[in-house]
Design a protein around this ligand. Structure first.
Ligand code: FES
Ligand code: FES
Length: 167
């Protein structure tokens, strides 16, 4: 069985698995990291959103063989460590705005939000705005979209500038 290695939430991990197994299943079934959720398996719902090298990625669509040893995968479990706190500012904003309903989509929503805020701020003086948030396509079947937007604006204000969502 081939061996694949990558960084997961700040630690080097190695798995023995066929190369075409998607990263979502490697994390959930082999490594026991269940924050990223399975919704469609087709790159549509984005419940599985996690970060690879700082970018929001639908990891249900990533064969594990595409990862290299230096690639950094961060899931909702590892997000607080990227800012050295018990909770990331975006998670605190989520709690403040009482965003979650059933909660299933929420890890993916938060991971997408953090990556989009970091991307939006690449230009000097840029703040997250409605156009940026229009690019977040994560589906919420409970319809929490208005609270998600309020929380993203709030969380963005408290995110350290220039922070990268990887340890
Ligand atoms: S489970 Fe990955 S996009 Fe739906
Ligand atoms: S909170 Fe239920 S799917 Fe989003």
């Amino acid at each position: 069985m081939p061996e694949y290695s990558f960084k997961l939430n700040g630690e080097q991990v190695t798995v023995n698995v066929p190369g075409n197994v998607r990263l979502l299943w490697v994390l959930r079934d082999i490594l026991g990291v269940t924050g990223p959720k399975y919704g469609c398996g087709l790159g549509v719902c984005q419940a599985c959103t996690s970060h690879i090298n700082g970018k929001a990625v639908n990891i249900c669509s990533v064969p594990v063989e595409q990862l290299k040893p230096n690639d950094e995968v961060v899931t909702i479990e590892g997000l607080p460590a990227t800012v050295g706190k018990d909770l990331h500012p975006m998670q605190e904003a989520w709690l403040k705005h009482d965003v979650a309903q059933c909660g299933y989509c929420q890890p993916g929503q938060i991971m997408a939000a953090v990556a989009h805020v970091n991307k939006a701020r690449k230009g000097p003086g840029r703040e997250i705005d409605d156009d940026d948030m229009d690019n977040i396509r994560n589906i919420c079947r409970c319809g929490t979209y208005q609270r998600i937007r309020a929380a993203i604006k709030d969380g963005a204000e408290n995110m350290p500038r220039g922070s990268r969502p990887n340890p």
